[in-house]
Design a protein around this ligand. Sequence first.
Ligand SMILES: NC(=O)c1ccc[n+]([C@@H]2O[C@H](COP(=O)([O-])OP(=O)(O)OC[C@H]3O[C@@H](n4cnc5c(N)ncnc54)[C@H](OP(=O)(O)O)[C@@H]3O)[C@@H](O)[C@H]2O)c1
Length: 353
Amino acid sequence: MDTPANALPSTMRSWIVGKNGPPADALQLVPDVPVPTPQGANALIKVAYVSLNPADLQFMKKIPTLLPFRRRPVPGLDFCGEIVALGPSATATAATHKFEVGSVVCGAIPAGSVAVGVGTLAEYITVPVEILSLKPDDLSDAASSGLGIAGQTAALVMSEANVQPGQRVLINGASGGVGTFLCQIVTARGGVVTAVCSGSNAGLVRKLGAVEQVVDYILNSPVYYHLETEYSDNPFDVIIDCVGNQFLYDMCEPYLKPTGIFLNIVGGATEGVVPWVKGTLWPKFLGGTPRRYKILALMPSGNLQREVVQWVNDGLVQDVPIDSQFAMEDAIKAYEKLETKRAKGKIIVKVAS
Ligand SMILES: NC(=O)c1ccc[n+]([C@@H]2O[C@H](COP(=O)([O-])OP(=O)(O)OC[C@H]3O[C@@H](n4cnc5c(N)ncnc54)[C@H](OP(=O)(O)O)[C@@H]3O)[C@@H](O)[C@H]2O)c1
């Protein structure tokens, strides 16, 4: 049964992007935004936690706030919270996925919501029921909020990488939100991981599964030179770049098998066209790298979210490392931490008081 309308507040706290810029200039906490009503096949969620993603910062800085369909955009993509009401045509889809009013769910908003600025950093949000998953049984609500963009990106990468048991996989940026998922799921699928991170994060990534070797990119700079020296006798089957190091691809011929693939998750529209042109169009006879290359762009979906939750329920992913947790009113500090690019796993904002 739906929560009685009179049990819900009429207004809520929500962060908005007042103008484009870095977090301290862009973000405002508004105390009296009307609580939305779920229409159609949407659910109203009382948000417990939001995890932050680098894309939030890109949208905050780059998508104009003056667009008529994007007034007072709300930042944030991921969430975990409780369904408090269902729209008039949401019940059947909710039942299909075994959730109802009172279920604790997690997800990441679809691209359409990003476009119109309907983000998650608010006390209540409405989202299509289809994008939701029940949160994993044995994961905290805070950690479950971290399964969205980072987890779904790992699922997208895995579908492209098609890692076979015994294959050797290099993960660059292994200690970040996406990298920490990849370390676990690649090893769970039988892959042998070499993780690239700074020395201070070696312990973290080693705990995330059967990571065979850790390369400290600070100690071994430039890292492509180190990889050529150490791995040309035993090159990788798959390289996954979660940092966007163009040289890592340009120089990979010695350390990526001729049959291997280089997957880059940094270098889409937000990074300009150079990596894409160099990786996919630059002919080999003009010095292009003779290795397969793909830039991946996530379109968040319920199917990917439920796949990631299943990984957790099946024990393939056992940990969602939390770098730090901030109170709702400290979201600017949380985004400033994210901006340092030093997060060890996920940065979380606790929304519900
Ligand atoms: N294509 C898509 O659809 C998609 C989806 C999700 C994310 N992304 C992008 O993928 C990237 C990673 O996302 P994320 O959520 O994992 O970011 P994140 O959590 O902010 O990544 C932070 C991590 O990156 C590591 N790092 C920073 N510079 C490094 C370097 N030069 N070499 C190795 N590691 C380095 C840091 O480790 P140290 O402190 O040890 O340096 C830190 O642990 C971002 O650029 C994001 O925008 C793209």
